[in-house]
Design a binder for this molecule. Sequence first.
Ligand SMILES: Nc1nc2c(ncn2[C@@H]2O[C@H](COP(=O)(O)OP(=O)(O)OP(=O)(O)O)[C@@H](O)[C@H]2O)c(=O)[nH]1
Ligand SMILES: [Mg+2]
Length: 452
Amino acid sequence: MTRSDVIAAIATPPGRGGIGVVRVSGRNLQSLALKIVGCVPEPRRASLTRFRDENGRVIDQGIALYFPAPQSYTGEEVLELQGHGGPAVMNLLLASCLSAGARLAQPGEFTLRAFLNDKLDLAQAESVADLIDASTEEAARCAIRSLQGEFSNAIHVLVQALTDLRMLVEASLDFSEEEIEFISGRELEVRLEHLRHQLEQVLSSARQGSLLREGIWIALVGQPNVGKSSLLNRLAGEEVAIVTEIPGTTRDVIHQVIEIEGVPLHLLDTAGLRETEDVIEKMGMARTRSTIDRASIVLLLVDSRVGITPEDRAILASLPPGLRLIVVHNKTDLLESEPNSTLSIAPATTDIWVSAKTGEGIGLLQQRLLEMIGWQPSAGEGAFMARQRHLSALTAAQTHLEAACALATSMDQVELFAEELRLAQLALSSITGEFSADDLLGEIFSRFCIGK
Ligand SMILES: Nc1nc2c(ncn2[C@@H]2O[C@H](COP(=O)(O)OP(=O)(O)OP(=O)(O)O)[C@@H](O)[C@H]2O)c(=O)[nH]1
Ligand SMILES: [Mg+2]
């Protein structure tokens, strides 16, 4: 990745729209601007101009915006050409930029340059992509908070506290002969405890943000005809899957994303599991099995009128260990008496009685799901839009801090103690990108859309 050349891309989505934008960034954009718009537009002022191709033919007319370095998105000179948003116009405009000396930008390259030019740190750069990708309003709000630096600030506070502590501990190491106490045992304890508490809070907010970003995968599993597809439709609020009274209706796995309190839930409706000779149904059941592997929660549906049968137990026994499970007793509208809530398939399972037909019990099921994934209703406001990379770094920092705390009780291994603090700090700094390998940058920015 070179930093000095001029890059260009269509920044608006493909297809037709009122306005389309071609964005150009790099050094010495004046000559490119002269070729395309015939002048260097006044900085940061909207100029109505004509856009021309390499032969001087008019392609479109629109607004040109010129941002001199370093006050631009990338920190370089940036030219934004806003034309009519049709694919042909946009392609001609982009081609004109390319023939005037730009090259096509790679995905995320504008934001990569912004990062390299210290316009934003790595966590903020990632939140740009998260904001664009946000599928719920809560996720978008969470991403904008990270983009504005709330997550990075929380990390900086932790890093600063660790740095201060390390300075004192390392001074004690350097002057160990001289009987000077740089930090008392009591103060050390207080500071460590405070750090632990702060880190725990950041981790908890990051976990909430991660739920908003990633959502959770939930498989609906059970015997044929128990109402899996009906429950999917009820939760989705629309007729996504075919429902009939014929057992074996669903064959392919149906994926539908729903949102509860802003948390995206990926529901997977599957083919009912039973002994069968039907070749297509067998294939559907094989898909059910591989779908279960993708899910972290299984809703095992049973018919509440029949209760739990040996077939249901066989399905339960075939589920991979470690999966979180809710047993959903469906069709309560057909029950003649109150459901027998002492019936349970296994100790400590969560059982819920619902009617996919009338909607009874569905609110409770939604609440149980949110509790199971650890969603805290009021947490959305303070959540940080965290990725797996951030959670891993925070957890690593926590492990090193715990190790440091364990060593702090005797302090006869001060070097090891200091090293654990250093490693905790390193893990935290990787979040904001103070020490990032090129391959990590490549991995992060290649997932962006082109033009951002
Ligand atoms: N009364 C009543 N009927 C229901 C309820 N849920 C599902 N049904 C009916 O049960 C039958 C089977 O429903 P489906 O949702 O297709 O069942 P499924 O588990 O997806 O079945 P397969 O796709 O064959 O595995 C249909 O006739 C539904 O209308 C419910 O809560 N109450
Ligand atoms: Mg079905």
